[in-house]
Ligand binder design. Structure first.
Ligand code: BEZ
Length: 257
């Protein structure tokens, strides 16, 4: 039988393939060069790590989930993948660039993450990332937290696992660490969900685990169903639900001196 996490790696590769699909355009900001040593932080099942390797860069994929790493190694046996936490990783060989797509919003202590990235980069090294920005999936979060609170009496925001900063907030953290911010861009990216009107329930099942800890299966299903009832009329367009994703894309450099 598959574990919950193996199921999540399957989902990631199937219904959630848009995560790395959208991330491909971020590689145009990275511009990997032949021979460069690059870290893909929060690599998931490795699709973008592979895309970076196509430029003949030497790339390492890192993810906190052992199941994502296992799947990435199966898919791309020639690439190095390691388990690691973005808040506290170290490297014996400094990177030319650190890349990260759709992962940093899961890391709730951004100063620690930025500090680890800084220490792992060569002088002149670049940091290119995209993740959820201020207001990301706000319609879904508001509905989920309202319904969650009605069912449990617990404030939904106490369980919120995500960090969605503004350009200003994140640039400030980068600059305090010593980075020079070269480009920053906050934009709306409505994202089509699979499974028609059931799309929100699937999305919550994959991403909403922190809210549901300690609740029984029936209660979780009720919360997901009621959240979906609030959200679908707001996000349905023509043929599908388009989740209200907002991205923050950023490029920063560690100055030479
Ligand atoms: C995102 O990619 O923006 C995201 C994914 C899961 C939960 C919240 C946001």
């Amino acid at each position: 039988m598959q574990s919950m996490n193996q199921w999540q790696a399957d989902e990631y590769d199937n219904k959630l393939a848009f995560v790395s699909g959208y991330g491909k355009s971020l590689i145009s900001w990275l511009q990997p060069q032949e021979g460069e040593y690059i870290l893909d932080l929060g690599c998931g099942t490795g699709d973008l790590t592979y895309e970076i390797s196509v430029a003949q860069a030497e790339v390492v994929g890192m993810d906190a989930s052992p199941d994502m790493i296992r799947r990435a190694r199966e898919k791309f046996p020639d690439i190095e993948f390691v388990e690691g936490d973005g808040h506290q990783f170290e490297t014996s060989k400094l990177y030319d660039a650190v890349f990260s797509n759709a992962a940093l919003h899961w890391m709730r202590s951004p100063r620690l993450v930025v500090d680890s990235i800084w220490k792992s980069l060569k002088p002149g090294g670049r940091f290119v990332a995209e993740f959820g920005g201020k207001g990301n999936v706000q319609i879904i979060v508001d509905a989920l937290e309202e319904v969650f609170e009605q069912h449990t009496g617990i404030r939904g925001s106490e369980r919120n696992p995500w960090y969605f900063p503004t350009i200003g907030q994140y640039s400030n953290i980068l600059e305090q660490c010593g980075f020079l911010v070269r480009q920053a861009y906050h934009y709306d990216r409505p994202t089509r969900l699979a499974d028609g009107e059931q799309g929100i329930e699937g999305w919550l099942a994959h991403f909403g685990g922190d809210y549901f800890e300690g609740l029984n299966r029936e209660r979780i299903q009720e919360i997901c169903r009621e959240t979906s009832q609030i959200v679908v009329p707001k996000l349905w367009k023509e043929d599908a639900i388009y989740a209200d994703y907002k991205r923050l894309r950023i490029e920063a450099v560690k100055p030479e001196n």
